[in-house]
Design a protein around this ligand. Structure first.
Ligand code: IPD
Ligand code: CA
Ligand code: CA
Length: 264
């Protein structure tokens, strides 16, 4: 993509993200409408829907040839990776948005023919913007994030949800327990996008989870790629952009070490 085109997309994506964040902050003054999707823990609010529609409206007016894949389903029926696709999670961490009014993010990954062009993860509560552009590095606000150093499990703080530490149908929990036991500590923030941004910025050394959708990880993958973080599924296979995947994102060295435990 030529530089000027890329600059226009960047400017628009950043401006709209800040505007959307404002709408989210202001929404706390009003009563949220909360409904369930597949089950009682799968929540959606009027604001998830409004913010997705807000982005789609802006994108369609400004970049009519771009496609949108959004969690709430108001975007396009994206079946393949051709063209420019905005993969949007209007609120990642909806449960936190409802219960805590913090630790939720707007996540946008922009891809051209399947290649990551830019990623934005905006942690609305802390006003921290994690941003990356293909080949130009990753940033936390104005600060350029350094490349990630190699580390080992005994020195690592790992992002992992308690669900995977007990018996579950997706992974041998005893392998996960081994990783947890050997690590320096674990954290769980309830927003996959924030957890991926934390790995990219060195606040976490790794993040692993068993089922994410494209909008949960699209931006995070681009950020991690720019700082030398490794991302595969928990079997060590490449991530399929338009499908649900398990995710293991980690610093060099640590990725291989965790993978060895998980695939034992
Ligand atoms: C969820 C969050 C959560 C992760 C779930 C996601 P949502 O996204 O990222 O941390 O464990 O798998 O679905 O529903 O809040 O957008
Ligand atoms: Ca999400
Ligand atoms: Ca969401």
């Amino acid at each position: 993509m030529d530089k000027e085109k890329c600059r226009k997309i960047e400017e628009a994506a950043k401006t709209w993200t800040l505007e959307a964040a404002d709408l989210l902050q202001k929404s706390f003054e009003n009563t949220l409408t909360i409904t369930y999707k597949s089950h009682i823990a799968d929540l959606v609010t009027n604001m998830d829907k409004n913010i997705e529609k807000f982005f789609i409206d802006k994108i369609q007016r400004t970049f009519p040839d771009h496609k949108v894949l959004g969690e709430e389903g108001y975007g396009d029926d994206v079946q393949d990776k051709s063209g420019i696709i905005w993969i949007i999670d209007p609120i990642d961490g909806t449960t936190n948005f409802i219960h805590q009014q913090s630790n939720f993010a707007i996540s946008i990954g922009i891809y051209e023919n399947g290649l990551g062009i830019m990623g934005l993860i905006y942690d609305v509560g802390s006003k921290n913007l994690y941003f990356a552009k293909d080949g130009e590095g990753a940033f936390l606000n104005d600060f350029k994030l350094p490349r990630l150093d190699k580390t080992s499990l005994t020195e690592a703080v790992i992002g992992v949800n308690a669900t995977w530490v007990g018996p579950n149908k997706r992974i041998n929990h005893e392998n996960v327990q081994e990783v947890v036991r050997k690590s320096r500590g674990t954290r769980s923030y309830g927003s996959a996008a924030i957890e991926l941004a934390y790995v990219a910025s060195g606040k976490l050394d790794a993040y692993m989870t068993m089922r994410l959708s494209p909008w949960d990880f699209a931006a995070g993958l681009i950020l991690l790629n720019e700082v030398g973080g490794l991302v595969t599924n928990t079997e060590g296979q490449p991530i399929k952009l338009l499908e649900q995947n398990s995710i293991l994102a980690a610093k060099p060295g640590l990725h291989e070490e965790i993978l060895n435990h998980l695939t034992n």
